[in-house]
Design a protein around this ligand. Structure first.
Ligand SMILES: Cc1ncc(COP(=O)(O)O)c(C=O)c1O
Length: 417
């Protein structure tokens, strides 16, 4: 591999990372007297000023409850909230804002599909997942296994972390009710060929839910092009606030699905012996929604679209290639995941050292990475480990920070002798 030597090598010079960094105030703080090197973006990304300002403005100047009000502030808050839904629509290139449901997070979005779309799943019905899934896209389906006797089937990966399309295809049977697959592994970085997955599943009449919690921030998206039935993602990993997530679903499904939760906002009328539900998307948004969080998410997605998602993706992949290059120089370290299509996540192990010890030691150098099973225990079993360290990159990370990671790892290994 040719060495990447300058930031401009990543993208042909079209991406000014130092300028972008100035938009993220937290990047300029120190920890333990050292510059912060934040490489835990897969867990949660930092927030640009555009998001912080939007949240502050919404609370300070334009705050009220939405939808039901007849006064100025309520109308303004409603407009801002619904504009955020339209921003999400543009971000996903969904056909209509009515196909965008605000949820608490990706987990909530997946539970909505499992609980509502999956309500009539029966004993012996099959759900196909991949072995790379996050627990968020496993446990809701385990509920159907435990409670109804559904069967979960696991699409395998190769030793390098590739999703195996042919093996996946063999798992589909006339009993398959749902395919639920991650778009990008939160451990291996593998980007799953979702268009192919959808084509194969649809040829058998099987719907596809995509867990986009990791992909949404790294991979430019077009749900109409992917043709998936459901796409879930989470606000806090896409530079937005916590407490807000998104479910995209095709209109034909939303119209047919029963409500997920009951309460205010989601009804048309309620009487003692009768109830009529509201229209989608409100039918799936019971109770007061996360108003300001949705507005903050809109600001985050706008920010990403302004920077340019193709440019962000290209830059981050250059960073990931550089991280592979630098970490490959450490012949005592093993990288997990070498898929051809891989996003900006690099998991690794060091023989003889526990990932928790590694991350605790490098934290003292200001380097924040995650260590653990990453809520992907079936994948840990497949890899033959109980935990890994994971460096996950965002648009504001730099080559110098990759160097800081490598240096901190060398120090940690020396420390443990
Ligand atoms: C692939 C994947 N799916 C789902 C989730 C769950 O996201 P949240 O906790 O925001 O619902 C995560 C979070 O780490 C993830 O990485």
């Amino acid at each position: 591999m040719t060495a990447l030597t300058k930031e401009s090598d990543f993208t042909g010079g079209g991406f000014d990372v130092e300028r972008i960094r100035t938009d993220f105030p937290i990047l300029f703080r120190e920890v333990y007297g050292k510059p912060l090197v934040y490489l835990d973006n897969g867990a949660s990304a930092q927030k640009p000023r555009a998001v912080l300002d939007a949240v502050e403005h919404a609370y300070k100047m334009e705050y009220a409850n939405v939808h039901r009000g007849l006064h100025y502030l309520s109308n303004t808050a409603t407009t801002n909230f619904e504009n955020a839904r339209e921003t999400v629509r543009r971000f996903l290139n969904a056909g209509s804002a009515e196909e965008i449901i605000f949820t608490r997070n990706a987990t909530d979005a997946i539970n909505l599909v499992a609980g509502s779309f999956g309500l009539d799943f029966r004993e012996g019905d099959e759900i196909v997942l991949s072995i790379m899934e996050h627990h968020s896209n496993i446990v809701p389906w385990h509920f159907h296994r435990e409670r109804k006797g559904c069967v979960i089937k696991w699409a395998p990966i190769s030793d390098t972390g590739e999703f195996l399309l042919e093996e996946f295809e063999r798992l589909l049977t006339p009993r398959t009710r749902m395919v639920a697959i991650t778009h990008m592994s939160n451990v291996l970085g593998t980007v799953v060929p979702i268009r192919e997955v959808v084509r194969i599943a649809h040829a058998r009449g099987v719907p596809v839910l995509v867990d986009g919690a990791q992909a949404a921030v790294h991979v430019p998206l077009d749900v109409q092009d992917l043709d998936c039935d459901f796409y879930a993602f989470t606000g806090h990993k896409t530079y937005g606030p916590t407490g807000i997530g998104v479910l995209y679903a095709k209109r034909k499904h939303l119209d047919a699905m029963p409500p997920y939760q009951g309460g205010g906002e989601m009804i048309e009328s309620v009487a003692t012996e009768r109830i009529a539900y509201g229209r989608t998307p409100h039918k799936f948004e019971a109770g007061t929604p996360a108003i300001v969080q949705a507005i903050g998410l809109g600001a985050a997605l706008d920010y990403m679209m302004q920077v340019g998602r193709e440019r962000i993706s290209a830059y981050e992949r250059g960073l990931k290639d550089y991280a592979h290059q630098r970490l490959a120089e450490l012949n005592w370290l093993r990288i997990h995941g070498h898929a051809r299509d891989k996003g900006a996540i690099v998991s690794f192990s060091i023989d003889g050292l526990h990932p928790h010890d590694i991350s605790t030691i490098i934290d003292r150098s200001g380097v924040a990475v995650r260590a653990g099973h990453h809520c992907a225990q079936p994948l840990m079993d497949r890899l033959g480990v109980t935990a890994t360290c994971r460096a996950s990159f965002a648009m504001y990370n730099t080559k110098a920070e990759v160097d800081a990671l490598a240096e901190a790892l060398i120090k940690a290994r020396d420390f443990f002798g």
